[in-house]
Design a protein. Structure first.
Length: 286
């Protein structure tokens, strides 16, 4: 029997990167999963990969109605909701404080912070109907140990997510809804492509060219893999963590202890090189 047998999860951002690794492990461990993502064109593929175990919800996490509909879908398709992993996010928020417009802030925080509040809000009632549940918010090591590649909006919102997990754990303990945060370090995912303006197709190929950068990004000299986060998300989603709430679990190879000093220019040069390699790879494949 899997560690998540009988459980139903919503995983946002689940067609790509870290959250895709979580979907794979959750299905392996016996869970049924609603994958929610803005990349609707990838929905059929993920449902086809896990027939009967995964349904796709086209969802923009900035839209409360989309989030409410996604949580309701878990009950409609699988009869309940036990786990929410909110991992969807974008990093295309580059503004510095002196250049920030109200619109840019509102859009950034809607994606990176308000969506977390809304995921919790709409998870509570269905989880209560199951006698409780587990919400897992994905923050970032950049929130506590600033990364040269990160932006103010990203860092500030990811920091607030850590406090939100604590507050929500306190507010919802009586509802038997646990809320915890996972704090990833650096992972080779499509997200990095956004920092160098890569198209989605190119960004999706870039992770294969980022291993060297990732293995030098933290004290442990290896690249973290989505599977590493998936193990943490499996623990926090399962009954093994029934007495764990309001905590944050860093899965970062020691990045929260020490971030090697790599200048922003070097990071950007590395990303540009990975982008060029990914573009060549796609051209060869055509
Ligand atoms: N990759 C890293 O180094 C790293 C480090 C720290 C934290 N994180 C966090 O991990 C999480 C997963 O990121 P990833 O690295 O796997 O990136 P990724 O780009 O591979 O995945 C992010 C997913 O979120 C989806 N998404 C973006 N905006 C959305 C929206 N408005 N509505 C719905 N879906 C949307 C994307 O389509 C994508 O599938 C994010 O919260 C990210 O901040 C990543």
């Amino acid at each position: 029997m899997g560690r998540l047998s009988g459980k139903v999860a919503v995983v946002t951002g689940g067609v790509s990167g870290i959250a895709l690794g979580i979907v794979e492990m959750y299905v392996d461990e016996g869970a049924k999963v609603i994958v929610a993502d803005i990349q609707a064109h990838k929905g059929a593929a993920i449902e086809g990969r896990f027939p009967g175990s995964v349904f796709f919800s086209a969802c923009d996490i900035r839209n409360e109605d989309d989030i409410a509909r996604t949580m309701a879908m878990a009950e409609e398709k699988f009869g309940g909701l036990d786990i929410v992993v909110h991992a969807a996010a974008s990093v295309d928020h580059k503004e510095k404080i002196v250049d920030l417009t109200t619109q840019a802030w509102d859009d950034g925080q809607a994606n990176l912070l308000r969506s977390h509040v809304m995921c919790i809000k709409h998870a509570v009632a269905p989880m209560e109907r199951r006698g409780g549940g587990s919400v897992i918010l994905v923050s970032s090591a950049a929130a506590e140990n600033f990364s040269p590649a990160a932006s103010m909006v990203y860092v500030v919102c990811k920091g607030a997510v850590l406090y939100l997990a604590r507050w929500a754990a306190f507010e919802l303990a009586g509802n038997k809804v646990r809320v915890n945060a996972i704090v990833p370090g650096a992972y080779a995912t499509s997200m990095w492509g956004q920092l160098v303006g890569a198209s989605t197709d190119v960004a999706d190929v870039m992770p294969a060219h980022l291993d060297e950068m990732m293995s030098g990004s933290q004290p442990l000299p290896v690249a973290g893999k989505p599977m590493d986060i998936a193990y943490a998300a499996t623990f926090l989603g399962s009954d093994e963590s029934r007495f764990v709430t309001g905590t944050q679990l860093a899965v970062d190879g020691g990045l929260s202890v020490f971030r090697p000093a790599v200048p922003r220019e070097k990071v950007m040069a590395y990303l540009e090189e990975a982008k060029a390699q990914a573009e060549q790879e796609l051209q060869r494949a055509e």
